[in-house]
Design a protein around this ligand. Sequence first.
Ligand code: SAH
Length: 251
Amino acid sequence: MQNGTIYLVGAGPGDPDLLTLRAARLIERAPLIVHDGLVDPAILALARPDARLVSVAKQRARHTLPQEDINALLVREAKAGRDVVRLKGGDPFVFGRGGEEMEAAQAEGVRVEVVPGISAANGAAAAAGIALTHRESASVVSFVAGQCKGLSEQNWAGLAGMGRTLVIYMGVKTAPQIAEKLMADGLAPDMPLAVVENACRPEMRVLRGPLAALPDLVEAEAVKSPALIIIGEVTAREDLALAQIVTEAAQ
Ligand code: SAH
């Protein structure tokens, strides 16, 4: 029997309109979709009525299916001759563990196709009117993970500051350590930032403040995952207010 193909598909930040055409077509015809918790229900609703949907998301009493088990599930289904759509929030290769799934498939000789998605940083920036590399404010943009082993040992020096934009994924829980770390690296306490919660979803919130106030902002506003922290001058440009009015009007 011929192996099926594993499609590692980026589902974007939430709004189904932000899927690529390729992603939408694959979702619509897939007999089996293995998805994680960040994938919006409105996107899963595009699946065939008879499609099998398998969630590997974190549930209250249960932990996320370990990555090895997800890899094994994908390979097992493909080897049974079935095409599998592995649907992931944002882009599969931006903090999405898509690399491990691709390698697991390749090691077993299973064909993999990667379909890029709009990463949360791009979605949040567009929806909040924050031009990540505005010509007058930044010529560098970096994406970092705020929650991973050894946060304090990670070297972020030089990634944030004048002329640079830093986008932090998974940083809600570790916001106090992040603010402390960046200021210890020499970043000004009044460096402006924005927190974008639930970007590209109806319940999106954009909160702003100086770096030193990040922990208080997150606590006072009860910011919940998924959220991004965007640090840099681009979050405080004067033309921002206008951009937001335009974004709101378009909704
Ligand atoms: N592969 C994904 C990232 C997965 S890591 C991507 O490319 O976007 C999960 C983190 O992504 C979350 O903790 C959050 O920081 C961010 N994220 C994902 N979707 C988001 C959204 N709609 N709004 C804000 N942040 C989001």
